[in-house]
Design a protein around this ligand. Structure first.
Ligand SMILES: [Zn+2]
Length: 531
């Protein structure tokens, strides 16, 4: 087909119509699949056809407005390439490109990106992106006088608008019910990701122009003893509550933590379903219901406030980055062999422990909060997240191409990442168990979000919160205290909360509580360790 079309002369309008039809037909199989669940084909086939005609007309009209002599080819090529990738992600992982996923894509580092690359993704790119782009490049656009060009375009636009209106009126009942099925529009390619991109750019512009808000300036340390207060906050990555044997999982994924006195919370939910939303939100004084980047990233977060009160605050990074949370505090990147002593195919989370110990031994006893941002169970390449001795469950999926693995293999690989996290946390606890008296030490582990592991055909994470399955929102979280700290606490009060609904909203106040910070922003009822 491409051969036939090559070197052919086409008018701008025809080229636009051809590409709009191509993307509408090839890029929307996930949308079709989701739509058929709500509108079964036998009773609704006319409506389904009209829906695709509607999408085609809408996209054509959009392109007719934006594509001109010099912009037509670049716009069509970019659209083809992005749509092919979006199609791949939607068909294979059920990924929805909402505003947040766009942010995620822009903020993902190269290594994370490479983990999503596979032979199949290349096929999508080649067949749905590169080949049709080649056709666009090779097409010769017929040169028409400006007047007839505009006339042709106006005619096409009027026809499109007419068809669009007729379809909408003709299937009015269907379309009004379709509009209420808010979840379906998330899968429309390319309209939905184009809409999300404009929303993303819009929020970026708003964030960068909004003034920074200083809050919590009244914060001060209210020490109750002469001991040093030392809190290690470990941010887990993609760790599901139900995959910890501490929480009742039938597989032994916590063989080491099972020997420690930890309090593991079973009803903890995340603020978002991906790193770039959850991390800034969990440190923000705003709750999940009101959190937005524009406000949240533009005001002091828990770390700024605690640091402002006089606590040493450090951020150890072994994941992507702090998503802006640690912009104003000390930051050490452990993703390179120069800094991290435990690197094989990648630098390991346990490599942060030695530096942590060195730092604590070196400093002169100020109250300290260290945040360790771990690589945890980051997918889809779960098999890369643990050194080989931790491959307890096998066979484990050995590719990032999850659909090439059985569900059992995927779950084995994922569970092995939890076994490794169990080891890292237990090493951390044992490091501090041995510390001499005079330090009140607490470790708080909390994941950023959960993960879908094939439930209802959904993989990975990042679904819009409202429609995200529970697996993406229910997260692992646990606490450990050393003896000095336990003397100040009634641990039963904390243990009673393990089955109460808690969330990232509690983190802001719990950190203030753990660090003995007095400020008007602190709400005792939100503090998990409040006595
Ligand atoms: Zn994450």
């Amino acid at each position: 087909m491409y051969q036939m079309m090559l070197y052919k002369k086409l008018s701008q309008v025809r080229l636009i119509i051809f590409i709009a039809a191509f993307i509408t037909l090839t890029g929307n199989s996930k949308f079709l699949e989701k739509t058929l669940l709500v509108y079964p084909l036998t009773e609704n086939w006319v409506f389904i056809c009209s829906l695709f005609a509607w999408l085609f007309v809408f996209l054509s009209a959009l392109l007719l407005i934006f594509c001109y002599r010099h912009t037509i080819k670049p716009i069509l090529i970019i659209l083809l390439i992005i749509s092919s990738i979006v199609s791949y992600a939607a068909n294979n992982f059920g990924i929805v490109f909402d505003h947040n996923m766009i942010a995620n894509t822009f903020e993902t580092n190269t290594t994370e990106f490479l983990e999503l690359v596979s032979f199949k993704s290349f096929l999508y790119l080649l067949l749905l992106g590169l080949l049709p782009s080649y056709f666009v490049i090779k097409t010769e656009i017929t040169e028409l006088p400006l007047q007839s060009q505009l006339w042709q375009r106006a005619k096409a636009l009027v026809i499109m608008i007419l068809i669009f209106s007729l379809l909408t009126i003709g299937f009015f009942k269907h379309y009004s019910s379709f509009a209420r099925e808010t979840n379906l529009n998330l899968y429309i390619n390319p309209s939905y990701y184009l809409y999300s991109m404009t929303k993303y750019v819009d929020s970026k512009v708003e964030t960068s122009t909004a003034p920074f808000q200083q809050i919590g300036l009244d914060a001060e340390i209210n020490k109750k003893t002469n001991n040093q207060r030392l809190v290690i906050l470990v941010i887990g990555e993609t760790a599901r509550m139900d995959r910890f044997s501490l929480n009742g999982y039938e597989r032994q994924t916590n063989p080491l933590l099972a020997k420690e006195d930890v309090v593991s919370f079973r009803q903890m939910t995340s603020c978002g379903t991906d790193t770039s939303w959850s991390i800034p939100c969990m440190f923000s004084s705003l709750n999940r219901s009101s959190y937005n980047h524009k406000e949240g990233k533009n005001m002091n977060n828990a770390l700024d406030i605690i640091n402002g009160a006089g606590v040493e605050v450090l951020w150890f990074e072994n994941n992507s980055d702090s998503k802006g949370v640690a912009d104003r505090i000390s930051y050490i990147d452990f993703k390179s062999e120069d800094v991290n002593p435990v690197c094989d195919i990648e630098c390991r989370d346990e490599g942060m422990l030695n530096s942590l110990k060195d730092y604590i031994d070196w400093q002169s006893g100020e109250d300290t909060l260290v945040v360790m941002h771990t690589m945890g169970s980051h997918g889809p390449a779960y098999y890369k997240r643990y050194p080989s001795p931790f491959e307890v469950f096998s066979p484990a999926c050995q590719t990032n191409q999850l659909n090439e693995c059985s569900n059992e293999e995927i779950n084995n690989a994922y569970d092995n990442t939890i076994v490794y996290a169990d080891y890292v946390l237990s090493r951390l606890i044992n490091l501090f168990k041995k510390y001499p008296a005079g330090k009140e030490i607490a470790i708080f582990y909390i994941s950023d979000h959960g993960e879908s592991l094939g439930e209802s055909g959904i993989y990975l994470h990042g679904m819009p919160y409202l429609i995200a399955p529970i697996e993406q929102k229910q997260i692992a979280a646990l606490m450990w205290f050393n003896e000095e700290f336990l003397e100040l606490l009634d641990i039963n009060i904390i243990s009673e909360k393990i089955d109460l609904p808690l969330s990232h909203d509690n983190l802001f106040h719990t950190l203030l509580g753990l660090m003995n910070i007095n400020t008007a922003l602190y709400q005792e009822k939100m503090d998990i360790v409040a006595q």
